[in-house]
Design a protein. Structure first.
Lengths: 323, 287
């Protein structure tokens, strides 16, 4: 508990820096950071369902649904951004509910295979349904986000929108994780039989975790659609889904901060190779090294370093400590 | 559909089915013993095809030498993967699956700078056509069936007639009990990785002269192999063989009737429905 004051201060400093960034940095950093915020939403929204022990390798499918729904609503029906964003998220959650409900009985490997098949099926639908999605030609000309009748035309204003969305999503997920609900999720992930024997309706709680994740992935997708303004089906495939999973595992699954740290760290470090095969090579190597040498993820690194130093001082006491 | 088209679809279906069976056998063997799904299987299939591209086409070695080399090289790689990835994780299923996913994306992405971004083609190995029940079928496709057949029979004999095969079956039944009886579980798991990878490499090597080669070419057969092992029941080898034959036939007839892309989409819908409503497969027992 006594450590919470410095952490709160550090978070406040980070927040102030993020708020000031558009004044100091150029358009490039504003654009880059907004993409990082999208990745943070995706990564953090996968966490509840991972906590329940469901290996979801199809999270990008729900981002895809949110992105296309919101883009098409805004482009074809001139729906304002607030509504189209909500529409994308609700449809993503609805599809999540439909696919999640029957797959609750499935565990581990079986569930993972359903999600892999689902992400590829979604991508193919976006590719084949040409009259609606324009298929592999890509959906272009998605309108810029318009909030309360005001078009957010500049990158800076869109950046603040992304920051707000991310903060709201993180706040909701944080509150849930440290509520009774979060405890139930954790108990299901640790021992679902035991949780069930204690009267927890594990099916409902798992479904809630999964659907909630789909909803926020839809939010991320909807913002992405109006920010990049061009949608291309192959971008939402298996590879993006794997990346979202990688953020969680590289960051660390033991703490709420894990997926955030993982998404920020990997998105920023891989920036020089964004869009090239080297980005994937970099992600994959970091993932393999993390699983093999730092199974708890990056968030356990400070603790390990402190432990290492402490052990060294115990085994070889320096003259100063003897005084 | 005319009789000729039906015969043609059946023969093509059998040859495609043979490829799927080779893919599915390794997956189901590894699942039975270690309860993991090897997502890297499609990437190994791709590497097997590229060994043929370089050794047979570019360097001019005989096709069968290149074929055996592909199996040996990737079999050794499989043992290495068990040693350096599966074993250190010590049986944690989720981290293992994620590590195998990372290995898959690594091999696929590395394929672009290493092999180049243009599609590659391997010239035909067997030329000419043969008359099958009044329909002309290319020998290239026909030859897949006996070669895959030999490998399947070989695997069957290996698992059922050798001591190492007995050790594999023992691990599948009960890992702890097998270890207590003196089975070296680590080495036998490594062997299962080697056998699975070698079979995937063989599937890729057989397909190399027929399809174009690119780093993502393994995705489709991998997902097809998923369907087969679920259909046949995870861990069941006879189930994988029967499932492969059924899927090959359905696949070839549906693709002829509806077009390849829609057939692919339907196969995913089929996996999802199958997993949701009959996760133990057609012949599988309770998980």
């Amino acid at each position: 508990m006594r450590r919470s004051a410095p952490i709160a201060t550090a978070l406040l400093v980070v927040l102030v820096l993020l708020l000031l960034l558009p004044f100091g940095g150029g358009d490039y950093y504003v654009y880059l950071l907004a993409l990082v915020f999208i990745n943070v939403i995706l990564s953090a929204s996968l966490r509840p369902s991972l906590t329940c022990g469901q290996l979801n390798i199809g999270h990008s499918a729900f981002m895809c649904i949110g992105a296309y729904t919101s883009a098409l609503l805004a482009k074809n029906l001139a729906v304002p951004f607030e509504i189209s964003l909500l529409g994308g998220a609700v449809l993503a959650a609805g599809v999540g509910l439909a696919i999640g409900y029957p797959s609750l009985r499935l565990r581990g490997v079986y569930f993972a295979m359903v999600t892999v098949a689902f992400v590829e099926a979604t991508r193919l639908v976006a590719q084949i349904w040409v009259p609606l999605t324009r298929g592999n030609a890509g959906l272009s000309g998605v309108p810029k986000p318009r909030i309360l009748g005001m078009t957010l035309a500049t990158r800076t204003s869109q950046y603040y929108l992304a920051l707000c969305l991310m903060l709201v999503v993180l706040l909701i997920l944080y509150k849930l994780e440290y509520s009774r609900l979060g405890l139930v999720w954790k108990s299901i992930g640790m021992a679902d039989n035991l949780a069930q024997s204690l009267g927890v309706n594990i099916a409902n709680y798992k479904l809630l975790a999964f659907t909630l994740g789909c909803f926020f992935a839809g939010v991320a997708g909807a913002f992405y659609a109006h920010f990049i303004r061009f949608l291309f089906p192959p971008e939402f495939g298996f590879l993006l889904a794997t990346n979202i999973l990688v953020y969680n595992f590289v960051g660390g699954r033991g703490h709420f901060a894990g997926p955030i740290v993982g998404a920020v760290f990997l998105s920023l470090l891989s920036e020089p190779f964004r869009g090239s095969p080297y980005e994937t090579i970099f992600y994959s190597i970091v993932m393999l090294l993390t699983i093999l040498f730092l199974p708890g993820g990056l968030i356990t690194l400070p603790g390990k370093l402190v432990g290492l130093r402490r052990r060294r001082t115990v085994t070889a006491p320096s003259p100063s400590s003897a005084v | 559909m005319t009789a000729a088209l039906l015969v043609q679809s059946t023969v093509i279906g059998l040859s495609i089915g043979s490829i799927y069976i080779l893919m599915a056998l390794g997956l189901t063997l590894m699942f039975g013993m270690m309860h993991i799904i090897n997502f890297a299987h499609g990437a190994i299939y791709m590497l097997g095809a590229f060994v043929i591209y370089y050794v047979f086409f570019q360097w001019g070695a005989p096709y069968f030498a290149a074929f055996v080399l592909a199996m040996l090289l990737l079999g050794a790689f499989g043992y290495l993967v068990e040693r350096s990835i599966y074993r250190p994780i010590k049986g944690g299923i989720e981290p293992t699956l994620v590590a195998l996913l990372a290995l898959t994306t690594l091999l696929q992405a590395a394929g672009y700078p290493v092999f180049g971004t243009l599609d590659k083609h391997v010239p035909p190995v067997f030329s000419g056509t043969r008359n099958v029940l009044g329909v002309m079928i290319s020998v290239e496709r026909l030859m897949i069936i006996p070669i895959a057949g030999v490998l399947v029979v070989g695997l069957y004999l290996f698992i059922n007639k050798t001591r190492m095969g007995a050790a594999m079956r023992a691990i599948e039944q009960d890992k702890e009990a097998a270890a207590l009886q003196g089975v070296n579980v680590n080495v036998i798991n490594g062997l299962a990785f080697a056998v699975g990878f070698a079979l995937a490499a063989a599937a890729g090597a057989l397909m190399a002269p027929i399809f174009k080669l690119d780093p993502m070419m393994g995705e489709q057969p991998l997902l097809k192999a998923f369907i087969i092992i679920i259909l046949g029941g995870l861990g069941s080898i006879p189930g994988a063989i029967l499932g492969g034959l059924i899927l090959g036939l359905i696949d070839s007839i549906v693709a002829t009737a509806l077009g390849a892309e829609l057939a692919f989409l339907l196969s995913f819908v089929f996996i999802i429905l199958l997993l949701l409503f009959r996760p133990t497969g057609l012949f599988g027992h309770a998980p």
